[in-house]
Ligand binder design. Structure first.
Ligand SMILES: NC(=O)c1ccc[n+]([C@@H]2O[C@H](COP(=O)([O-])OP(=O)(O)OC[C@H]3O[C@@H](n4cnc5c(N)ncnc54)[C@H](O)[C@@H]3O)[C@@H](O)[C@H]2O)c1
Ligand SMILES: O=C(O)[C@H](O)COP(=O)(O)O
Length: 529
């Protein structure tokens, strides 16, 4: 069996490395200590899967060298240093290990918070470095009774809040993306007003780093805070503007800050390090033995599964979350992709737009469906490798408009999909449904009601509805040694007919040309599914 190469770009727990070593189908390369430029230029081109942490940027440079890469496994939570759209475009699946380091980050946040409140670094340095024993000099503050503002109430933020509550603090949480009951059920205050956070005694942040959250705390927000406020950041550097943080720590407006993360890491000459009223750690949020064991083993397992193509756990750029899609949807996704492929062969020209309509329950899944249809439609005529990850990006780049609509109930079928493909030459519209849970059937083609299987070699022959056409079509096919497997016929009210002929063997262009030369022929197309 062919071996898959997994490159480990950053340090992970030995238990994870052992798993990679012990899998006979995996060739693993440990490159955590290799210079990053050399890693990208020399080793990444050989990788089927890469395991990374925050020290390896998966950026344009990395992606451009990732010639064979199927997946990146981020051995941790934050993917702000992974160019997810760039990966999607190249068909690279990005996965993370979302909860394995939660407790480690929660407890580090509490450590920073306590350290700030007791101004621990002052007394620590006084005694250790200056050997001065002055107990009366270092009075701190208690957490009890203080208001804690929590920005971001996900895995880490919510657990920090629970622990802070055990310290008898009042918790105010700001997270526009959760249901307020997640907070209020814990007897804490949920707010949509960011000023309520700014009014707190201590503020801690636990959001991802993105356009919305960078500089979420800047000069203007700090100006609204209480004098002597304490700020903690164990999420990502730059969520609190670093210049504003520095200036206000220096002026004393911020009494103390606990900082684990910096915009640029390693941050060994950062101005914040010059200030006494800061406790710092070198991005240690995930660094407990327990957390690193969990992350290392989960990342290794996920990388092995991805390398073998078995599964992509915690994929961040698949068009669907397979675990949340009901089973009846999957055959529709498969059929949608095939219809897209069929239509692009029937209507061979530059694709302008794809419209996907869903009737019945399937209507709720038309967005996912449209990605599968796009994969099918673009596979035929594209030099790019199209897959579920990059289909939407490539469509956008090619100027193909993709739209979808949930049309409510169908009058005839429990679930029905209709796919309209428009090219520079014209439009093809096909509807399909699933019978008996898994039997794919086309039920309409370009306004003709027709029931036909979606498989094999298919000839679509449109003609004026006059006598003798079926015989002529049969004759042309017989003369060209093409055996008919199935023949379905439909007529419309405008005096036209459509025949869908399934044939046993592939049909050449000359035969199609002969069919198109028949007098009654309006159009003929051929597709092979
Ligand atoms: N210091 C470390 O070593 C370390 C360790 C683990 C995680 N982290 C970082 O901590 C952060 C939180 O991780 P998590 O596991 O709790 O993630 P999570 O996804 O479970 O939670 C993030 C929360 O932030 C909320 N959010 C998103 N945008 C927001 C906004 N604009 N305003 C308010 N809330 C917003 C989300 O709704 C979500 O509830 C991430 O940035 C992660 O990278 C750091
Ligand atoms: O987002 C994370 O998981 C943490 O910041 C940990 O990052 P690390 O794996 O580089 O320690």
């Amino acid at each position: 069996m062919q071996k898959h190469t997994i490159v480990v770009c950053d340090h992970i727990h030995d238990a994870g490395l052992e798993m990679l070593k012990n899998d006979e189908n995996i060739n693993y390369v440990f490159a955590a200590d290799v210079d990053k430029t050399e890693l990208v230029e020399k080793i990444i081109p050989t990788a089927d899967v890469a395991i990374t942490r925050s020290s390896t940027d998966v950026d344009e440079f990395f992606i451009s060298h990732a010639k064979n890469l199927k997946a990146v496994v981020r051995a941790g939570v934050g993917v702000d240093n992974v160019d997810i759209p760039g990966c999607s475009k190249e068909g690279i699946i990005v996965m993370n290990v979302p909860t394995a380091n939660t407790i480690a980050a929660v407890e580090l946040t509490m450590a920073h918070m306590l350290s700030c409140m007791r101004m621990f670094p002052y007394s620590h340095n006084h005694l250790k470095q200056e050997r001065i024993w002055k107990r009366e000099k270092w009075y701190g503050y208690e957490l009890k009774g203080k208001k804690l503002g929590v920005i971001g109430f996900g895995n880490i933020g919510s657990r920090v809040a629970k622990r802070a509550k055990a310290f008898e603090m009042d918790i105010v949480a700001y997270d526009p993306y959760i249901h307020p009951s997640k907070v209020t059920d814990l007897d804490m205050t949920y707010t949509k007003n960011f000023d309520d956070i700014l009014a707190c005694d201590i503020i801690t942040i636990h959001t991802p780093k993105n356009k919305e959250t960078i500089d979420i705390i800047n000069e203007a927000e700090i100006a609204k805070m209480k004098d002597g406020v304490v700020l903690v950041n164990c999420a990502r550097g730059g969520l609190y503007n670093e210049d504003a943080l520095y200036n206000n720590l220096k002026s004393g407006k911020i009494r103390f800050a606990g900082i684990d993360v910096f915009i640029k890491e390693p941050a060994t000459d950062h101005p914040l390090l010059d200030l006494d009223n800061v406790t710092v750690s070198p991005h240690l949020g995930a660094n407990t033995y327990e957390s690193q064991y969990n992350i290392g083993t989960q990342a290794a397992q996920n990388a092995i599964e991805a390398a073998k193509g078995i599964a992509y756990p915690h994929a961040m750029n698949l068009p669907i979350d397979e675990t949340t899609i009901p089973s009846f949807v999957k055959p529709f996704l498969e059929m949608g992709q095939k219809i897209g492929f069929l239509e692009s062969q029937m209507n061979k020209s530059q694709i302008v737009s794809i419209k996907v309509s869903g009737y019945g329950e399937i209507g709720k899944y038309v967005d996912s469906l449209s990605t599968f249809v796009a994969v099918g439609a673009m596979s035929e005529n594209s030099s790019d490798t199209i897959n579920y990850v990059n289909a939407d990006f490539i469509a956008k780049e090619k100027g193909i408009e993709i739209s979808s609509e949930d049309c409510g109930d169908s009058s005839v079928y429990k679930n029905l999909i209709t796919i309209k493909l428009t090219t520079a030459e014209g439009t093809t519209t096909i509807s399909g449904t699933i019978f008996d849970d898994n039997v794919q059937r086309l039920v309409a083609i370009d306004g003709f009601d027709i029931e036909v299987a979606l498989r094999g070699n298919m000839i679509m022959f449109k003609n004026t509805d006059v006598p003798g056409v079926i015989g002529s079509v049969g004759m042309v096919l017989a003369n060209n040694n093409v055996n008919i497997a199935d023949f379905s016929l439909a007529r419309n009210t405008q005096g036209n007919a459509l025949a869908v002929v399934l044939v046993d063997n592939a049909v050449n262009d000359a035969t199609i040309k002969e069919l198109s030369d028949l007098e009654a022929c309006l159009s003929v197309s051929y597709a092979s599914i």
